[in-house]
Design a protein around this ligand. Structure first.
Ligand code: GN1
Ligand code: MG
Length: 360
């Protein structure tokens, strides 16, 4: 809680900080939840310390987020799931402390819950509907007005180039521990070009997308188990809906944790896959280009491959990007991802049939 003591007064000047806890879920920023008493009421807030190694231009990133939040506030006026950014004492939606740290504060969405592992196809469907509605609500925004906060974020071939650079200069002793995973990437390089090719051939499909649609970025209503809101807007920027569909498939169709060490538990769940495709088709299906429909069956495999490559690259680099809680965790993460990719490749025909059954 001590870390929050100098921060909360900038966002909640007349509040008294009663409690503070860390949330260890994210791999990038530091996230805390506080309980603050203000004007006779007790409320919870979410405070985040932005990782400026990853987000080099936090001011521009916050500008993107503010734009999305303001747009949703108009579209979903009165919705209890709405996210708000608290202004600090200068009216900015972030606070820069004396050590050069950027902080921001959101309301805490009460009555919500998250899933790291999805328990049923119904939950997978609701997550897809939540992200689909989010994309639908942002579809009238001009993507060109958004800053590109992390260049080439979902440019899989460039991620592969970066991986090869790491492979040429690995932390000593690490290549030997992951030869199978290295071979997997080199064998599946071609798959990596699928989504970026759609964007390059059809630039008109570029729109404002979320870009980090892991399933635990949906807050579910505890009572109804419907999606309440989408969080983690850090990477909202111009992109392809295929990135968002793909990252939800990557996370929601995995029967185990992202860093599970026992690969026999890491199973790709086809029923959840079909439910996700249906959820997106119902919410944004009418806005998709034929080329996006054509590539839809592969997007889960591509984004899962890309994420695995990023974990493996970071492992070879010495764990500089994704936070780890134990030695070898990034390698374990890469292994689960590649294990899922192989299962998706093996079931590609069934995935195509599932897409065709809901295609517009
Ligand atoms: C990171 O912020 P967090 O932990 O939800 C990463 C995503 C990866 C994800 C893998 C800015 O997301 O791209 O898919 O880890 N975010 C950034 O779990 O790199
Ligand atoms: Mg994130």
């Amino acid at each position: 809680m001590a870390i929050l003591t100098p921060i909360t007064p900038h966002f909640l000047p007349s509040g008294t900080l009663l409690e503070g806890d860390i949330i260890t879920r994210g791999h990038i920023n530091r996230t805390y939840v506080s309980v603050v008493q203000q004007d006779g009421a007790t409320k919870r807030y979410v405070h985040q310390l932005i990782n400026t190694h990853v987000f080099r231009d936090p001011v521009r990133m916050m500008d993107n987020i503010r734009r999305v939040i303001e747009h949703l506030a108009v579209k979903r006026s009165g919705d209890p799931g709405l996210l708000h950014l608290l202004p600090n004492d200068d009216g900015e939606v972030y606070f820069l402390d004396e050590d050069g740290n950027y902080w921001r504060t959101y309301n805490y969405v009460e009555g919500s819950t998250v899933f790291d592992i999805v328990p049923s196809a119904d939950v997978a469907y609701e997550a897809a509907v939540a992200f689909g509605k989010f994309l639908h609500d942002l579809s009238d925004l001009d993507a060109q007005r958004f800053h590109i906060t992390i260049p080439d974020f979902h440019h899989t071939p460039r991620r592969i180039e970066r991986f090869k650079q790491a492979l040429a200069q690995p932390v000593e002793g690490r290549t030997e521990t992951c030869q199978q995973e290295i071979d997997f990437v080199l064998r599946n390089e071609d798959l990596g070009g699928t989504l970026i090719q759609v964007l390059e051939t059809h630039p008109e499909t570029i729109r404002v997308t979320h870009n980090d649609t892991k399933v635990n970025n949906v807050l579910f209503c505890e009572k109804s188990m419907k999606g309440m809101t989408v969080i983690d807007l850090d990477t909202v920027m111009p992109g392809s809906v295929l990135f968002d569909v793909g990252d939800l498939i990557r996370t929601a169709c995995n029967s185990a944790a992202e860093d599970e060490q026992d690969l026999s538990k890491v199973q790709f769940d086809f029923d959840k896959y079909a439910a996700i495709v249906r959820g997106f088709a119902e919410t944004i299906g009418d806005t998709l280009h034929p080329a996006e429909w054509d590539a839809m069956a592969s997007c889960g495999a591509v984004i899962t491959l890309e994420c695995g490559i990023r974990f493996l690259t970071d492992y070879l680099d010495g764990d500089k990007y994704f936070r780890i809680h134990r030695e070898g965790q990034n390698l374990d993460r890469a292994r689960t991802q590649f294990h899922l990719v192989q299962q998706m490749i093996d079931r590609m025909d069934e995935m195509k049939a599932a897409v065709d059954s809901v295609r517009f």
